[in-house]
Ligand binder design. Structure first.
Ligand SMILES: NC(=O)C1=CN([C@@H]2O[C@H](COP(=O)(O)OP(=O)(O)OC[C@H]3O[C@@H](n4cnc5c(N)ncnc54)[C@H](OP(=O)(O)O)[C@@H]3O)[C@@H](O)[C@H]2O)C=CC1
Ligand SMILES: CC(C)=CCC[C@@H](C)[C@H]1CC[C@H]2C3=C(CC[C@]12C)[C@@]1(C)CCC(=O)C[C@@H]1CC3
Length: 345
C-alpha cells in the first residue's frame, strides 16, 4: 500500500499523456497552473513542470509511483483504434482500466476522468443528434469499440461518493488537430495512393469532427465540476464541436487545403461496405500466412457513409461546456499544422 499524504487538487496525472489528446491536455493543464505527472508507455517530449513516468498501465506498481499525491487522474491511453489485436485491446482497455481504478483507490485519488468515445453507441447505422441515454452498441463494430464499452462501464460503476472516489466519462467524437497521428495522416496516405477518388454514398451524411482543444476543454471542465453534489458523478458526456458537417465536405476541405483533389465520383454505400467486409474476412482467414491491412475497413466505411452526430446539451447544462474553437477555424489551424503532408512536400 502506498503511503498517503493529502493530495493537492492542482496535482494531476495524465495516463496516455504522450499521445495526441494526452499531450494537448497536459499543455493546457500546465497553462492552468496544474502540476502534471504523465504516465505513458513512451516518453514523447519534455515540458517544464511535467514529470514523466514511463510504464505500462497494466503494471500497478509502476502506476502507483505516478499517482503519488495526485488528486485527479485523466485516463486517455488506448491502443490505436485501427489495430486488429483483440488481446491487446482486452489487456489495455479492460484489464488495464481495472488496474487504473485499483491504483487510484490505493493512492487516494479523488477523481478519475476517462476519455471514452461517442462510438460506444455506434453500430454502423445512422445516429442523429444522439444523446447519452442511447444504449451501448449491442453489436460493436470492432474490438476497439467493444472494449471501450466495457472500459466506460467499469469507470462509471466505480464512482462512489461514500468512498470519496468520483468518476466521469468524456465521449469525444472524431478528434482532429495538430499532431493527430490518425485522421489527417491516414487521409493523406490514402490520397497519395490514389484511393481518395470516391464518395461513399450520396455524400449528404452529417458527422461530428471535434477539434482537440475543445476536447481538452471538456476534460478540464469535467474535472473541475466533478464534486460529490454535482450531477456529473458516474455520468458520460458527449463533447463535440457542436457543428455537424457533411463527412465528405470535411474530408474535401482538408484534402484541398493540403493541395490534393477532393473525391468526386459516387459509389453505393452497400457495395463498398460489402467489399470492405469481404476483404476484412479474407484478411482474417489469411492472417496465419500473410498480414493484409485493408485501407477501407468496415468500420471506416460505416463512419464515412452514415450520419453520426451527437448532442452535447448535457455537457452544456451540467458543466457550462461551449466549444472554444469553431469548426472552420479548427480546419484552418489543422491544415497549417501539416506542412510536411502537403502535396509535393
Ligand atoms: N482520436 C480520436 O478520434 C478519438 C479518440 N478517443 C479516445 O481518446 C483517447 C486518446 O486518443 P488519442 O490521443 O487519439 O490516441 P494516441 O494513440 O495518440 O494516445 C494514446 C497514448 O496511450 C499510450 N498507451 C497505449 N497503451 C498504453 C499502455 N498499455 N500503457 C501506457 N500507455 C499506453 C499510447 O502509446 P503508443 O502510441 O506507444 O501506443 C499513446 O501515447 C483514447 O482513449 C481514445 O480511445 C475517443 C474518441 C475519438
Ligand atoms: C474513408 C477514409 C479512408 C477516410 C480517412 C479518414 C479516417 C481515417 C477517419 C474518418 C473518421 C475517423 C474516426 C476515427 C478514426 C479515424 C477516422 C476513421 C475514430 C474511429 C477514432 C476513435 C474513436 O473513438 C472514434 C473515431 C470516429 C471517427
Amino acid at each position: 500500500m502506498a503511503t498517503r499524504t493529502r493530495p493537492s487538487s492542482k496535482r494531476c496525472a495524465v495516463i496516455g499523456g504522450s499521445g495526441f489528446l494526452g499531450r494537448h491536455l497536459v499543455e493546457r493543464l500546465v497553462d492552468r497552473g496544474y502540476t502534471v505527472n504523465v504516465f505513458d508507455i513512451r516518453q514523447a517530449y519534455e515540458l517544464p513542470g511535467v514529470m514523466f513516468h514511463q510504464g505500462d498501465l497494466c503494471d500497478r506498481q509502476a502506476l502507483l509511483l505516478a499517482l503519488k499525491e495526485v488528486s485527479v487522474v485523466f485516463h486517455c491511453a488506448s491502443p490505436a483504434p485501427a489495430s486488429d489485436d483483440r488481446a491487446l485491446f482486452q489487456r489495455v482497455n479492460i484489464d488495464g482500466t481495472r488496474t487504473v481504478i485499483q491504483a487510484c483507490h490505493e493512492a487516494g485519488v479523488q477523481k478519475l476522468i476517462l476519455t471514452s468515445s461517442a462510438s460506444v453507441v455506434f453500430e454502423g447505422t445512422d445516429i442523429k443528434n444522439g444523446r447519452e441515454d442511447l444504449p451501448y452498441a449491442k453489436k460493436p463494430i470492432d474490438y476497439y469499440t467493444e472494449t471501450k464499452i466495457v472500459q466506460e462501464k467499469l469507470v462509471l460503476e466505480a464512482c462512489s461518493k461514500e468512498k470519496g472516489f468520483l468518476t466521469v466519462a468524456i465521449r469525444p467524437h472524431g478528434i482532429f488537430g495538430p499532431r493527430d497521428p490518425q485522421l489527417v495522416p491516414i487521409l493523406v496516405d490514402t490520397a497519395r495512393r490514389g484511393k481518395m477518388k470516391f464518395i461513399i454514398g450520396d455524400g449528404s451524411n452529417l458527422v461530428d469532427f471535434t477539434y482537440v482543444e475543445n476536447v481538452v476543454h471538456g476534460h478540464i471542465l469535467a474535472a473541475e465540476h466533478l464534486k460529490a453534489d454535482s450531477p456529473l458523478c458516474g455520468q458520460a458526456y458527449h463533447i463535440t464541436n457542436d457543428e455537424p458537417v457533411r463527412f465528405w465536405d470535411f474530408m474535401s476541405q482538408i484534402l484541398e487545403g493540403l493541395g490534393y483533389s477532393a473525391p468526386r465520383y459516387h459509389l453505393p454505400y452497400t457495395l463498398v461496405y460489402g467489399i470492405a467486409l469481404l476483404l476484412w474476412l479474407m484478411a482474417l482467414v489469411l492472417r496465419p500466412l500473410i498480414r493484409i491491412k485493408p485501407t477501407f475497413t468496415p468500420m471506416r466505411v460505416a463512419l464515412a457513409g452514415t450520419h453520426h452526430y451527437y448532442s452535447c446539451a448535457r455537457a452544456k447544462k451540467d458543466m457550462g461546456y461551449q466549444p472554444l474553437v469553431p469548426l472552420q477555424e479548427a480546419i484552418v489551424r489543422t491544415v497549417e499544422s501539416y506542412p510536411h503532408l502537403r502535396k509535393g512536400a
